[in-house]
Design a protein around this ligand. Structure first.
Ligand SMILES: [Zn+2]
Length: 591
């Protein structure tokens, strides 16, 4: 285990000092700003054309309110993530979310007016506000899915103690899970959190890997029917709102529209993955079984290392590797990553109640992002750091955009993060001996499976699950469907234990952001294409990559990529990504 003292804790006090009353002051300020904005309603009356200057004033005021709202929400979310069992943080998050809902409702009249404005009147105003163009035209694209002001407000208010409360409940329940260490050699003592448990799932000892997975799904499996009920309620709510009320053609169509991706692009991605994942990874899993000396690979062995880990990394060592990897690409990349730690916005230690996994949060442009990780000193954690710091670089490169357009859409959100992981792989391979280099090559393929294959099949399952739920399916029936999904993706190359039927209730994205996960497959296949360009173009590629990232969410993903000379995003594009993956599989031993 890494030394505790080396691992940074973020300094949330630089956001708001506890008990300083500043959070309350800002909440009150936000209310005052909203009241001021509400006076604009008098300007937006039928028969009175709004002048370009008045329109710009409205937008700037709205931007100011939105910035403050994101800033407040950012804080409450971080305080909760820091300790999800802290009841003060729980109620603070609920309170801020409630205040934000009121803000959203207070300013809604402007957005609704804008959406309903006839094209002839909207055109000149759009011309007058070039800095907000994408946000404004996106907003109008949702006109047909928008309800009346009263209905929109009711939806928002009911979500507070509806879907948002269910999501908080799911987080509180699952972050509180403790796992028995009795599967460890010698019986292990005491309990551990999920992060520590998953370290054992990557052990070089087959029985330890098996024990860790069995323990994971013992705990989730016991709660499976209950967590499944939460999922049923969230999926049912999504369907009622997005399909029945807002008239999106399907539950996933709502997400595609939010992502500004055409249905055919997403269908093409998932179609190619559905065919190529078993074709590409099946032979890889058989090769891996051979190298591990196993007859058939078990699901427990999918992420097994070829060689036992050669010790662990201290946190400073891990950061040095990530920095070196980023600097080999571009000095600014490394500097922006280091700024997160220097500004004390990196929290990497293990604590009970702390949110599991890892994330990078960038609430407003111009503010150094916050990164949470659960560092255990394994090589895997280096990749998590490279990933999250990649996100942090991305949002800092896009910092000159306004608050509406600075977050990139989900499909491009994983570009810098996964590219950062590729850079780290290249660096570690350059330093490794022959055995470790081979192990890293296999780890790269494991990661390709985890991000492209596994997430694409999650996405296929999610589409199926929502469809089944709309026909009244039970959690047990969903679990059966999930096993069938696993059987299809592994196509006989991997043996799957029955306990994996509850894997889907352990995936937070299904509960928090419906239809999120294809963004991972999208992002990773895109990054393989970018990587191929980088290898062929060398340093000339660097500004091209930075230009993509600096666009944030100021245009559609397809526009941003085509401006960089990439696309169209059709079957051929995705197949190109799979070619890169196949190129990683050691040739001499390929069956
Ligand atoms: Zn990410």
């Amino acid at each position: 285990m890494a030394l505790k003292a080396d691992v940074p804790h973020w300094d949330l006090d630089q956001y708001y000092l506890p008990d300083s009353g500043k959070l309350e002051t800002d909440l009150a300020l936000m209310r005052t700003k909203c009241e001021g904005f509400a006076e604009r309603r008098g300007l937006l009356v039928p028969g009175r054309a709004l002048g370009p200057a008045e329109f710009l004033d409205c937008l700037r005021e709205l931007e100011d309110i939105t910035r403050l709202a994101h800033f407040l929400e950012g804080y409450a979310a971080l305080a909760f993530a820091q300790d999800t069992s802290d009841q003060r943080a729980q109620s603070q998050l609920a309170r801020v979310e409630e205040a934000l809902t009121h803000v959203e409702n207070d300013v809604m009249f402007f957005t609704l007016w804008w959406k309903e404005l006839p094209d002839g009147e909207a055109g000149p105003l759009l011309e007058a506000a070039p800095g907000y163009r994408y946000m404004l035209s996106r907003s109008r694209a949702f006109r047909i899915h928008t309800l009346g002001e009263a209905e929109e407000k009711i939806c928002n208010i009911k979500d507070l103690n509806g879907r948002q409360a269910l999501q908080r409940l799911y987080d509180t329940i699952t972050n509180g899970y403790r796992f028995e260490g009795s599967f460890l050699p010698g019986g292990g003592a005491g309990t551990m959190g999920r992060e520590e448990l998953m370290v054992h799932a990557r052990s070089h000892l087959p029985e330890v890997r098996e024990g860790a997975y069995r323990e994971l799904y013992r705990v989730y499996g016991q709660a499976g029917p209950h967590l499944g009920q939460i999922f049923l309620a969230l999926a049912g709510d999504w369907h009622l709102e997005q399909v029945s009320l807002r008239r999106h053609p399907s539950p996933q169509a709502a997400r595609n529209k939010i992502n500004d991706l055409g249905a055919e692009t997403v269908e093409s991605l998932l179609r190619v993955c559905r065919r190529r994942v078993p074709e590409v990874f099946g032979p890889y899993f058989r090769l891996k079984a051979k190298r591990l000396g196993l007859g058939t690979l078990r699901r427990y062995d999918v992420y097994a290392p070829l060689v036992p880990a050669e010790g662990t990394y201290s946190f400073p060592e891990a950061m040095a590797e990530v920095e070196g990897a980023f600097r080999s690409f571009d000095g600014q990349f490394a500097d922006l990553a280091l700024k997160v730690a220097a500004d004390r916005r990196l929290d990497a230690g293990l604590r009970p109640g702390k949110q599991g996994g890892a994330f990078c949060a960038s609430s407003v442009p111009g503010q150094t992002p916050w990164v949470l990780a659960n560092f255990t000193g394994q090589r895997h954690d280096l990749f998590t750091l490279a990933h999250e710091l990649g996100h942090a670089v991305h949002s800092q490169l896009a910092a000159c955009l306004n608050v509406f357009e600075f977050h990139s859409a989900l499909p491009l959100a994983e570009t810098a993060s996964t590219f950062g992981e590729m850079l780290l792989t290249r660096r570690l391979m350059g330093k490794a001996g022959e055995r470790e280099r081979e192990d890293l090559g296999f780890a790269l393929l494991d990661d390709a499976y985890a991000t492209v294959g596994r997430q694409a099949f999650f996405s296929l399952f999610e589409v199926q699950a929502h469809e089944m739920i709309s026909r009244g399916a039970t959690p047990d029936e969903l679990a059966e469907a999930y096993l069938a999904n696993l059987a299809e993706q592994f196509a006989g190359s991997v043996e799957v234990g029955d306990e994996f039927r509850w894997e889907w209730v352990s995936i937070p994205h299904f509960f928090h952001v419906p239809f999120y996960v294809y963004a991972y497959s999208f992002g990773q296949l895109l990054v393989y294409s970018l990587w191929r360009l980088y290898e062929s173009q060398g340093p000339a590629f660097v500004p091209r990559m930075k230009a993509i990232l600096a666009k944030g969410g100021s245009a559609s993903p397809e526009t941003i990529l085509s401006q960089a000379g990439l696309g169209p995003l059709d079957d051929e594009f995705w197949l190109g990504g799979f070619e890169v993956i196949e190129g990683f599989i050691p040739r001499d031993q390929r069956e």
